[in-house]
Design a binder for this molecule. Structure first.
Ligand SMILES: Nc1ncnc2c1ncn2[C@@H]1O[C@H](COP(=O)(O)OP(=O)(O)OP(=O)(O)O)[C@@H](O)[C@H]1O
Ligand SMILES: Cc1ncc(CO)c(N)n1
Length: 270
């Protein structure tokens, strides 16, 4: 008998029936990183690679019950949040993070799906800014999400730097503003650490429509790396490296914004 302990992780997110984004992307990413994934389903989506057809948030009692089940048993080393839908569910998640003292917690402030469907309403945005940001260890907005949280347009590198500083002032310890929505042949993710140190991670911009769930995948790779004991800085750098590697070997699934190939870095992950 061969037995070993593996780091346990948690995704607090919405389900994507299409399997490419949301908690399915999280669980696939965690599995590929050789950590054990548990999950709190905050809502269901009927979704495919073309669009989101329907959304059903989970009743708060059931969200609470899932947290209680997990924290009665598991030894969770790191967690993340994804789509949280509305104020009621953001507040339920915040109160469970406090009740169970869940840290480190990576907050991916998911607002819209690739096809444009909203996964967070206006009251939910306010609750994320006022209640979830202050307890986040890392927050990972893409550029449109950073603009909403910052409350201003982000057009220049200086704007990115100012937006990250603003988000850190809301209480998030470490901030990554993701560059997937930048134009051109290259892109950069801007990282502002709790220490005040900042850096950018530059990469080639791969020309593909098969990148559904890149944001979910980055944040869950970071969670897996944290659970394995990497520093915040290294967890972020390695998370982005995973995205770059898997973007280079596509799988052909669906007829729209296809999912990532989560198997694509099997030779690299220890
Ligand atoms: N075309 C691309 N080439 C290389 N890296 C990319 C590309 N698109 C996104 N990324 C990387 O993927 C990660 C997610 O960035 P992005 O800005 O796309 O997040 P997102 O909009 O939240 O993703 P999604 O909505 O698909 O989940 C970042 O690390 C970014 O650098
Ligand atoms: C459920 C869900 N969460 C997150 C995203 C964003 O990728 C999505 N499309 N669907």
């Amino acid at each position: 008998m061969n037995s070993k302990k593996v780091p346990e992780t948690l995704t607090i997110a919405g389900s994507d029936s299409g399997g490419g984004a949301g908690m399915q992307a999280d669980i696939k990413t965690m599995q590929e990183h050789h950590v054990f994934a548990t999950n709190v389903v905050v809502g269901l989506t009927a979704q495919n690679t073309l669009s989101v057809q329907s959304v059903l948030p989970t009743p708060v009692d059931m969200i609470n019950a899932q947290f209680d089940s997990l924290y009665d048993d598991f030894d969770i080393k790191a967690a993340k949040t994804g789509a949280l839908f509305d104020q009621e569910r953001v507040e339920a998640v915040v109160s469970n993070i406090k009740k169970h003292n869940i840290h480190p917690i990576v907050v991916d402030p998911v607002m819209v799906a690739k096809g444009g469907a909203r996964l967070l309403d206006d009251s939910g945005i306010d609750a994320i800014i006022n209640k979830l940001m202050p307890i986040a260890d890392i927050v990972t907005p893409n550029l449109p999400e950073a603009e909403v949280i910052y409350g201003k347009k982000i057009e220049t590198n200086d704007d990115v730097i100012a937006a990250a500083a603003h988000i850190q002032q809301l209480g998030a310890k470490n901030v990554i503003i993701k560059g997937g929505h930048q134009q051109g042949d290259t892109l950069s993710d801007y990282v502002l650490l709790e220490s005040g140190v900042s850096f950018t991670i530059e990469s080639k911009k791969y020309d593909t429509v098969r990148k559904h769930g890149t944001g979910d995948t980055l944040s869950s790779a970071i969670v897996a790396n944290l659970a394995k004991g990497l520093s915040i800085k290294d967890a972020i750098i390695e998370g982005k490296r995973y995205i770059d590697t898997i973007l280079q070997s596509e799988i052909i699934v669906g007829h729209g914004h296809g999912p990532l190939n989560h198997w694509g870095a099997e030779d690299e992950i220890g």
